[in-house]
Design a protein around this ligand. Structure first.
Ligand SMILES: [Zn+2]
Length: 87
């Protein structure tokens, strides 16, 4: 499938962007493991954030990302997401 035609919304700035320009974060439906940029075999509740430091910060402000994924505070998660930007 052409990823550029799949549109998703950033949870920080609410803008709609092609899937490929967003970072995907998924919580596995069974194990509750959190995966940043999971492969297509990893299913669960997902959200998307722009590849942008400001959006990453905003997603963690007011614990928005934790509410959306229904997870507890997770300080490692922001580091994992930021690491994606550096690649
Ligand atoms: Zn954004």
């Amino acid at each position: 499938m052409d990823e550029s035609k799949i549109i998703r919304k950033c949870i920080a700035c609410n803008s709609l962007k092609p899937r490929g320009s967003l970072i995907k974060i998924t919580k596995h439906f069974k194990t509750n493991e959190i995966c940043v940029e999971p492969n297509s075999c990893f299913f669960g509740r997902s959200c998307y954030i722009c590849r942008d430091c400001e959006c990453i910060e905003n997603a963690f402000k007011k614990k928005r990302i934790f509410k959306i994924l229904k997870i507890n505070d997770n300080n490692e998660l922001k580091e994992k997401i930021r690491a994606v930007l550096e690649n």
